[in-house]
Design a binder for this molecule. Structure first.
Ligand SMILES: [Zn+2]
Length: 208
């Protein structure tokens, strides 16, 4: 992850910030430097208390999150006790927290309905979203959630309407197509099973 530092400060005042932190914006342009977090730490910079961690992401991305709330209908709730962020979309709920290595991991709720309370959302069962690698990019993980549920809404209508431009979009299409085919196969199987149950003679006809 890239962070912002002021190149011209005494050792005591060495602090690094996420981009978008209000304190990052106060660093004079001529002193501002972008470095990796590792380099900042090596040079004895400490993380800013305001923008560090998940709570810090919410502050640094406050503006963007407000935009997503309007354009993508997301809802966010932060639980300070467990340092977990809960995100809801039109059709799903997710949670993000930081693992021991300082990377964000994403979990997806198994059963979600729109009328759930925050308490219910917190207590619900989640599974690890396996196709998302632990990342230090908060934005990446938020965009994943938005795109995932957007695709799901389209699939509920007709998977053939899914866009197929990016690699991820192509993957969603392929998965949806396979699922639809499986469903089709199952329907045919189910039809035969029913025919068989009701009238054993019917199955002979359909096999002709
Ligand atoms: Zn900061």
């Amino acid at each position: 992850m890239n962070v912002c530092v002021s190149a011209n400060v005494s050792e005591k005042k060495r602090v690094y910030h996420k981009q978008g932190c209000i304190y990052e914006r106060r660093i004079k342009y001529q002193n501002k430097m972008q470095v990796t977090e590792e380099i900042a730490i090596k040079n004895r910079y400490r993380e800013c208390k305001y923008c560090a961690g998940l709570k810090g992401e919410l502050r640094a991305y406050a503006h963007q999150i407000d935009k997503w709330k309007i354009s993508e209908h997301i809802g966010t709730s932060y639980d300070a006790v467990t340092d977990t962020l809960y995100i809801t979309t039109d059709i799903g709920a997710w949670k993000i927290f930081m693992n021991r290595k300082g990377k964000y991991v994403l979990f997806h709720m198994n059963q979600y309905s729109k009328d759930m309370s925050f308490y219910q959302i917190k207590k619900a069962d989640y599974h690890c979203q396996k196709d998302v690698k632990a990342t230090d990019s908060f934005e990446k993980i938020m965009r994943y959630i938005i795109n995932h549920d957007k695709a799901k809404v389209i699939i509920m209508d007709d998977y053939r309407k899914l866009p197929r431009r990016t690699k991820k979009q192509k993957m969603y299409y392929k998965n949806a197509e396979q699922k639809a085919k499986r469903k089709q196969k199952y329907r045919v199987y189910e039809l035969f099973a029913r025919l068989e149950r009701n009238d054993p003679e019917l199955i002979k006809l359909s096999m002709c």
